[in-house]
Write a protein that binds this ligand. Structure first.
Ligand SMILES: [Zn+2]
Length: 170
């Protein structure tokens, strides 16, 4: 089971490995350290100051391969510079750093996603103004954001015509 101490250890181990691969003097941004994030959709991030953020949703999971790939991915961002985005320069570096998300078991993603939790509550709104919570979701869906009921074509919830759908941030 992953805890924060394990994440810090992984970060240190991977950093020393990839800086053997590419000396820190060549890096666009020097790695400064590791921080937690509660981001709702991202596994990790890197910033211009050299910090790597790892989602605290990894804690309590067995998503070791996903954590490994995430740390390598973020370090590759620092190495080539954030302005490169996910272009070919970045991709080559990520490959060199072995940031490989392929072949990672689906359950590793699911464990982290479950911990990240949900970003929005989706409500159905009726003509009389009443709202009913339908579900909690991580992202908005066209089906609901672009919902335009007509006289003959509309969605119903509990047998009632839905006037509109509303996403509320959790
Ligand atoms: Zn990225």
């Amino acid at each position: 089971m992953i805890d924060w101490a394990f994440i810090e250890q992984q970060y240190q181990d991977i950093l020393s490995e990839v800086s053997d691969e590419e000396p820190l003097s060549n890096w666009a941004i020097k790695p400064k350290g590791l921080l937690k994030t509660k981001h709702k959709t991202k596994y990790g991030m890197a910033d211009i100051h050299g910090y790597v953020y790892i989602n605290q949703a990894f804690i309590g999971t067995n998503s070791n391969d996903l954590l490994d790939a995430t740390i390598r991915h973020e370090l590759a961002h620092l190495c080539v510079g954030l302005q490169q985005g996910h272009n070919h320069v970045f991709k080559a570096k990520a490959q060199q750093f072995k940031a490989n998300f392929r072949h990672i078991d689906k359950s590793q993603h699911q464990q982290v996603s479950a911990n990240i939790g949900y970003k929005y509550e989706l409500y159905a709104q009726f003509k009389d103004g009443r709202q009913l919570l339908l579900k909690k979701v991580q992202r908005k869906h066209r089906k609901y954001t672009h919902y335009r009921p007509t006289l003959f074509k509309y969605l119903t919830v509990q047998g009632k015509k839905v006037a509109s759908f509303v996403y509320q941030e959790v």
